[in-house]
Write a protein that binds this ligand. Sequence first.
Ligand code: NAD
Length: 252
Amino acid sequence: MKLQDKVSIVTGGGSGLGRSMCLNLAKEGSKVVVADMNLENAEETVKMIKDNGGEAISVEIDVVNTTQIENMVKTVIDQFGSIDILCNNAGIPGTGVKTAEVSDEAWHKVINVDLTSMFLVSKRVIPQMLKQGKGVIINTSSASGLIASEAGIEYTTAKHGVVGLTKQLAFDYGHEGIRVVAIAPGVIETPLTIKVGATGPEGILHDLTMKAPAGRYGKPDDIGKVVAFLASDDADFIHGHTIPIEGGSSIR
Ligand SMILES: NC(=O)c1ccc[n+]([C@@H]2O[C@H](COP(=O)([O-])OP(=O)(O)OC[C@H]3O[C@@H](n4cnc5c(N)ncnc54)[C@H](O)[C@@H]3O)[C@@H](O)[C@H]2O)c1
């Protein structure tokens, strides 16, 4: 067990990639805080962890609400005494249309939820990690953080922003014991990708995915397993980088 007695917060832990992160972190011995705006789904993840003998709590949170973030941080410290791992993962899809058709509202919403939230949550968790002299932050970018695609300008821009945010966090705090990395998943079959019609033969990212070396959609566990590794001391020399987990879809 590589994460015995660690305390992890996973935003968006009620579904898809976040749920797999929660299950894989718990499998390695971490206590998990499942933070999601959908409390029912977060509780379902908690139940899955507990059924496997792990320890977890749910927290209802909107990751762009600073009061709710501060309350969550306080709850976790009061209950568990530390925050060792933060997975900034909650996110929403882009519109999938070309730039001139993206509404201003859609732009601001996606930039807020997919990028600004990671700044808002990180800056409120970092003081606790500094006190501990140790911590790991893992941000969910996307293959759309590495290349342009059909995902839409607001999503592509937000996810490229996550790559930069990750570098700057690593630069700012690596010397003080906080290791920061990001992941860039390709198309993974989750409620999100199914909802936006990204998967399946008619899906907007189908060709990109099938022409990539792996030639298949990802599964949530393809991501959760790598995140558990990145959270562990085995990944101690990986700082500030965005690790592609995309079946090779961004190599050209
Ligand atoms: N599925 C993919 O193919 C894929 C690929 C690359 C990156 N990503 C990224 O992975 C992350 C998770 O995506 P997923 O596919 O698991 O999606 P999902 O919709 O299955 O899960 C996202 C979770 O985040 C929660 N959430 C959304 N907005 C929130 C907010 N404001 N506050 C708190 N919780 C919120 C939702 O309730 C949901 O439980 C996102 O950042 C997404 O951009 C997904």
